[in-house]
Design a protein around this ligand. Structure first.
Ligand code: CA
Length: 224
């Protein structure tokens, strides 16, 4: 297992490196976010331990750019600030987990193992498909930079489409992912909401991103 540790405090970085090496892991250290970006871009790390407080670009920005660059190695964020807002922002910038300093080394190891088990599948914090951009954290949707205002249910439905871009999604799947058990099932509710959605994400732009798939349901085109 090869781990990248991004931490500017030499003592802390050295401590983590030594501990991980004792566990048989290969460890590289970057003291700056900028260094982490090129290192992670040229080597496939199994996980990245990322401190939030860094000189130059901070941990949030580093994480965001890693994902933007297509680096999907699991990121464990370290934060000295025991602030909920920091942890929320870190996770929303694409981090997978966090540890608040000071932490126990056993916990760092356990979290790293759990993250590596999950693997490095693509999991963008912001979804892009069909010319649309959807940010689950800020609940914003846009097309070509134009903000689109959606109701909570329309947003939920679009998110399901975007997570399955290019695939035919059945009415049942859409119901299952965007409505809960409290919802009293009406068979045409999906069609009604798809109509609302088309009125907002397609019609004003002259696009036709949400296609009807006969006998199945609907599909969001990957390309606009
Ligand atoms: Ca630091």
């Amino acid at each position: 297992m090869r781990i990248l540790v991004v931490e500017d405090e030499e003592k802390m970085a050295g401590l983590i490196r030594r501990g991980l090496r004792e566990e048989g892991m290969a460890v590289d250290v970057a003291a700056r976010g900028e260094d982490a970006l090129w290192m992670a871009g040229s080597t496939e790390f199994d996980a990245i331990v990322l401190d939030l407080m860094l000189p130059g670009i901070d941990g949030f920005e580093t994480c965001r750019r890693l994902r933007e660059d297509g680096v999907w190695a699991p990121v464990l964020m370290l934060t000295a600030r025991d602030a909920v807002a920091d942890r929320v922002a870190g996770l929303d910038h694409g981090a997978d987990d966090y540890l608040v300093k000071p932490f126990s080394f056993a916990e760092l190891l356990a979290r790293l193992r759990a993250l590596v088990r999950r693997g490095a599948a693509e999991r963008p914090a912001v979804l892009e498909a069909g010319g649309l951009r959807l940010d689950p954290a800020t609940h914003r949707v846009s097309r070509d930079g134009t903000e689109i205002s959606l109701s909570a249910k329309e947003f939920a439905l679009l998110e399901v489409f975007m997570r399955h871009a290019g695939e035919a999604v059945s009415r049942f799947e859409l119901l299952e992912h965007a409505w809960d058990y409290d919802y009293e099932n009406r068979s045409n509710v999906v069609d009604v909401y798809v109509r609302y959605l088309r009125e907002k994400v397609d019609r004003p732009f002259g696009t036709d991103t949400i296609e009807t798939v006969r006998g199945v349901g609907y599909r969001l085109r990957e390309e606009p």
